[in-house]
Design a protein around this ligand. Structure first.
Ligand code: PGA
Length: 531
């Protein structure tokens, strides 16, 4: 089986359309085997456009469709008769009498199947057969079954196929339970076969097909015995390696995640934030370089700031309503998704860090402020774009002024900066304390110095810690009451204090609290997981 990997769905569709048009140039009266489903739609659109422009001619071509639901009438909008009319036949110059689709309302399916086989052989056999592949490995409606039927036949659809195809119907009960389909033998008799696969949901089956043995469990694997089959797939179907990008004010981190969600490569470059275009090109160029070395199916980007309807605005970067994902997609040619960096870090921790065995987590990042990320059922909850601004829950009406404009935000009391401010104040008020002497010795106060005083059993430091923990626990308990997560994960420099923070905190909260494990890698892993 030959393999052609295209950057995206559009490129896959173009490559397939080119094969069809070349076939018709060489043999204008070719017999085409056609497929339905989402995958060939792009190819049909291109062929329709080419036909309109006189670049391909179907006037002498004949076609046989792979399959049809049973029972279904040809005027039902879910029938493959209807599909072919809508997506191709009405847009090209093929003669209606030269198109053949199994009759979903026939009384005698056996007779219908036999006559279809007869018509194919009388037309000289199929020259070029187009196929899609089901997530369960089916081709046509040849479902995984130890007894694959070689000829055109009536078959029961599997649960997997009924569920995959239910997206086209109003509800799953409307999906017919049977279909008539060309058999594996009918398909293998085609002189040339083009198998198309697109999208991440096809990655698993494409991998099984390429790496596995010929087996009736994956009917498409039978195509491996055919001497002229080409698999054309896009990167999303072929590969599950993804690039994760974490944009920071000083550097941009890049990582590559494989299909087991392992970080197989990472590097970083200094951020050039002179203007929007320079920064975007810098990211795109590094991604393109990585795309040469790895088989990448998509890019995920974590950025500071707010994301609204695809527009990124970040105060420390030249993004002012920038369509970041769209711009990067244009430059790299592959799918790009963008999310807030704190949200990406939460997704990273939930995938490969402290939350890897949990479905629902809230990550709280404690730094200058407090940020958060919410993961529900292993998926990032983004709201309208940047959900998780938990640092701005008001915990004290009319309390300390916050730069956000409100008063009494939680981060004014429970961020690392708030802790440092409280420690400084207490030290100044108790000049005989260990806390004060460490403050003076170091010429500054920070989390590390504060926790050193705690560990030296300084009663003043302990009083500050008790007060701080009280506030932190109140906020955590409120969040736990809303989400009831499997765990809360804390991140940020302050978590370096480890048990000095966690032990007293755990006594005051009604939820399991863990410290983040991935440190700097959480952002790139989470960004890659957006794909
Ligand atoms: P799809 O179906 O193109 O809609 O994914 C392919 C198939 O089931 O053969």
């Amino acid at each position: 089986m030959r393999l052609i990997i295209c950057d995206n769905y559009q490129e896959m569709s173009k490559a397939a359309a080119k094969l069809v048009s070349s076939q018709l140039t060489v043999k204008p009266d070719s017999v085409l085997g056609l497929a339905t489903g989402s995958t060939p739609v792009g190819m049909y659109n291109i062929l329709a456009e080419m036909c309109k422009n006189g670049d391909v001619d179907f006037s002498e071509a004949k076609s046989f469709n792979l399959d049809e639901y049973y029972p279904i009438s040809s005027d039902n909008s879910q029938s493959y008769h209807y599909f072919m009319q809508e997506n191709l036949f009405s847009k090209i110059n093929i003669k209606p009498e030269n198109t053949h689709i199994l009759n979903g309302m026939c009384k005698d399916t056996d007779a219908e199947c036999k006559s279809f086989e007869k018509m194919i052989s009388e037309s000289g056999g199929i020259d070029l057969q187009i196929l899609g592949i089901g997530q369960n490995g089916h081709i046509g409606f040849n479902e995984p079954d130890a007894n694959l039927n070689p000829n055109t036949h009536l078959t029961d659809l599997t649960e997997n196929t009924i569920s995959a195809n239910s997206r086209f119907f109003d509800n799953i009960d409307e999906v017919p339970k049977q279909a008539i389909t060309m058999g594996i033998g009918t398909i293998l008799k085609a002189k040339k076969i083009v198998l198309l696969a697109s999208g991440a949901e096809k990655h698993k089956v494409v991998k099984q097909l390429l790496e596995g043995k010929i087996t009736t469990d994956i009917p498409a694997s039978m195509l491996k015995v055919h001497s002229d089959t080409v698999l054309i797939c896009d990167r999303a179907a072929y590969s599950s390696e993804r690039i994760g990008v974490d944009i920071g004010g000083t550097d941009i981190k890049f990582g590559i995640l494989n299909d087991k969600n392992e970080l197989i490569h990472k590097e970083s470059i200094p951020t050039i934030a002179s203007d929007e275009q320079t920064l975007i090109s810098q990211i795109a160029n590094k991604c393109k370089e990585l795309m040469q070395a790895y088989s990448i199916n998509g890019i995920g980007v974590g950025t500071p700031g707010l994301i609204e309807k695809g527009r990124v605005t970040a105060s420390n970067l030249p993004f002012k309503g920038t369509f970041l994902a769209k711009e990067l997609e244009r430059l790299t040619g592959i799918s790009v998704r963008v999310a807030n960096d704190a949200n990406c870090a939460a997704l990273g921790e939930s995938t490969a860090g402290a939350g890897r065995n949990s479905r629902n987590i809230v990550m709280i990042t404690i730094g200058t402020g407090i940020g958060g990320g919410i993961i529900i059922n292993n998926k990032l909850y983004e709201g309208k774009g940047s959900a998780g601004e938990i640092g701005h829950i008001i915990v004290e009406k009319g309390g300390i002024q916050c730069p956000c404009g409100q008063r009494g935000c939680w981060e004014r009391y429970s961020s690392a900066s708030a802790l440092v401010d409280m420690a400084k104040k207490r030290a100044e008020e108790h000049k005989d304390s260990v806390l004060y002497s460490l403050y003076k010795e170091n010429g500054k106060m920070n989390g590390k110095i504060f926790f050193e005083a705690v560990n030296r059993n300084c009663p003043d430091a302990k009083t500050v810690l008790d007060e701080y923990i009280e506030r932190l626990a109140d906020g955590i308990n409120s969040i736990a009451n809303i989400f009831e997560p499997d765990m809360i994960i804390l991140s940020g420099g302050i978590t370096n204090a480890g048990d000095s923070l966690l032990t007293p905190l755990s006594k005051k909260v009604n939820v399991t609290v863990h410290i983040a494990q991935l440190k700097n890698d959480a952002g790139i892993i989470g960004a890659a997981m957006l794909q």
